[in-house]
Design a binder for this molecule. Structure first.
Ligand code: DX5
Ligand code: ZN
Length: 221
């Protein structure tokens, strides 16, 4: 059983004081910093580029940075985020012309590769690349915005992916992103997830340590 990782999405952070806010959420017990990168092409929203990743590294953030690319094409940004200090990089298979090559590029650049599945994206993209994956990210909302509601059918999809991971015998992290809250994180973990992206549930609270502790208490229950 993998250790549970809590990965706040900076999409909901205070961008006027980003470095401080990210350090604050890490000091409050978060494990990984989740970057929701959007290009207003693959998804109908625009967020930030590699320079923000480099700025946080230069500020002194040393925790893993988990880059979720909601962009198309992906390969140039894979390289740029790797050079800017990313730790994990995932992309949507529909957004890459050559999924195996993009996964290999992430590994060649020294980062941990992942694939991201939208709620309606079928799992057959996993068929020939399980050996290349560090993590699989299931979207429990349609990508583009924070603060949406968790899509319940994600729980069955999580169970299906968890079964495939167990069958593969590989140590692949199963990450979930979208609408993760204190009151649903236990059910999400029970379905097989071990890494949890949460933006609004954490950054919209005044006391980050309290809400992260509540999540950990739920995960331990
Ligand atoms: C959607 C984003 C959101 C975000 C999490 O594209 O990926 O899922 O990270 O947002 P919350 O936790 O506020 O639903
Ligand atoms: Zn994300």
């Amino acid at each position: 059983m993998q250790q549970f990782l809590i990965a706040p999405s900076i999409l909901s952070a205070d961008f006027a004081r980003l470095g401080e806010d990210v350090q604050r959420v890490l000091d409050a017990g978060a494990d990984v910093v989740h970057f929701d990168v959007m290009d207003n092409h693959y998804v109908p929203n625009l967020t930030f580029g590699p320079m923000i990743c480099k700025a946080l590294r230069d500020y002194g953030i040393t925790a893993p940075i988990d880059v979720h690319l909601m962009v198309s094409p992906v390969d140039d940004l894979i390289s740029q985020f790797a050079d800017a200090g990313a730790s994990y990089i995932s992309f949507h298979p529909e957004a890459s012309q050559h999924v195996d090559r993009s996964l290999q590029l992430i590994a060649d650049k020294g980062c941990q590769p992942g694939l991201v599945f939208n709620p309606a994206t079928p799992l057959h993209y996993l068929d020939y690349v399980m050996d290349k994956l560090h993590h699989i990210l299931l979207m429990s909302v349609n990508p583009g915005f924070g603060g949406q509601s968790f899509i319940p059918s994600t729980l069955d999809k999580l169970r299906e992916v968890k079964a495939r991971i167990d069958e593969s015998g590989q140590n692949i992290r199963l990450e979930v992103d979208g609408g993760v809250k204190v009151d649903n994180i236990a059910a999400i973990a029970a379905a097989g997830a071990d890494m949890f992206v949460a933006g609004s549930a954490i950054f919209n609270q005044p006391d980050y340590a309290a809400v992260i502790q509540q999540m950990r208490t739920e995960l331990a229950s």
